[in-house]
Design a binder for this molecule. Structure first.
Ligand code: HEC
Length: 177
């Protein structure tokens, strides 16, 4: 028996996929994503770059230049460090994604926690002035962000999460999930 599934893709188009059922074929169609913690591509970057015309269809998903659309370039961009000339500051938390997403390998989590703050008035949560994410570093000591007590009765530390496999989740349309 063949199994059919309607799948919502990133482009918003519904596609009908037909997969041979295990009872009628010995050929395995689906394989697990590789997970070696070796900072090597698991194939997602190549798949994305080959189809980004089709996948990037919103202003929130700008296209990446063809000569920069590859895993190696992405790993360098993710690692950092970025500089003030690149846009870091005046307040910031780190100079590269890899400062927090690094254990057990680039793209993982870490012991670094972000601080979030705001005010809950019993009905609504209001972000701390400047945004709920508190910036703990600054290009000058005099610019350091401080948590304003009168604007804060809720705060929390959020641990840096592992991002492994997030690309696969992003590839599934939000109406499907
Ligand atoms: C200062 C530390 C820090 C830096 C730098 C940082 N992150 Fe994160 N990241 C976090 C934390 C903490 C969370 C969890 C946030 C939460 O739960 O509220 C997170 C969550 C995420 C998530 C959501 C993961 C999930 O499964 O929900 C993504 C994606 C992500 N970060 C990507 C990035 C990218 C891309 C960069 C660089 C542009 C970056 N992060 C830089 C600390 C950091």
């Amino acid at each position: 028996m063949a199994l059919s599934a309607r799948v919502e893709t990133q482009s918003g188009l519904a596609e009908t996929l037909t997969r041979a059922g295990a009872a009628t074929t010995a050929a395995a169609v689906v394989t697990d994503a590789p997970a070696g913690f070796d900072v090597a591509s698991n194939g997602f970057a190549e798949e994305f770059c080959a189809r980004q015309d089709h996948l990037t269809n919103s202003p929130n998903s700008p296209e990446i230049d063809d000569d920069e659309c590859n895993f190696g370039f992405a790993a360098i961009e993710f690692t950092g460090p970025e500089t003030v000339a690149d846009g870091v500051g005046p307040v910031f938390n780190a100079t590269g994604c890899g400062e927090c997403h690094i254990a057990p390998a680039l793209g993982g989590g870490s012991q670094i926690a972000e601080r979030r703050a705001g005010f809950f008035d019993g009905i609504r949560f209001i972000d701390h002035p400047g945004g709920s994410l508190i910036h703990d570093r600054a290009t000058s000591a005099t610019l350091l962000e401080t948590v304003i007590e009168s604007k804060t009765n809720v705060f929390t530390f959020r641990g840096s999460q592992s991002l492994f496999g997030d690309g696969y989740v992003e590839a599934v349309g939000s109406n499907t999930l």
